[in-house]
Design a protein around this ligand. Structure first.
Ligand code: AMP
Length: 116
């Protein structure tokens, strides 16, 4: 079940600060507080969904396409299309998901060898 008090829910409600990259009524992108690469952005849908499984079960096709298109737009805006980038999501316990609001990590800005 979705926990309204998770840290990304608080960020969405502007109860705690972050460094925003892009926001509209459907999605929010902001910098990871502990970046694993020169560019490390978190992409979240504005839906109460805990993980990838929850998102893909509840979001309609329009939202899924919208989310992935925005990830690409943000990657483009960061100059990552030519240099390359990684998108990754941790789903659940064995993936060590820390924050139970579904998110993708967008990593880039340097060679990602050795970076998870
Ligand atoms: P995950 O392990 O996939 O759930 O990733 C959670 C990510 O959230 C980690 O990379 C953390 O560094 C990041 N994080 C945790 N708290 C914050 C915060 N307040 N602002 C930005 N990023 C955060």
């Amino acid at each position: 079940m979705y926990d309204d008090n998770n840290i990304f829910a608080k960020i969405l409600r502007k109860e705690i600060p972050c460094k925003p990259i892009y926001e509209d009524d459907k999605v929010f992108f902001f910098n990871d507080i502990k970046p694993q690469a020169k560019i490390h952005i978190l992409a979240i849908p504005k839906m109460p969904v805990t993980d990838y499984n929850d998102f893909i079960s509840k979001a309609d096709n329009e939202m899924i396409k919208y989310f992935f298109d925005k990830i690409n737009e943000v990657a483009k805006g960061q100059g990552l299309i030519n240099s390359g980038f990684r998108i990754v999501t941790n789903n659940g316990k064995d993936a060590n998901q820390e924050v139970p609001h579904f998110h993708f990590h967008i990593l880039g800005g340097e060679n990602l060898k050795g970076i998870k």
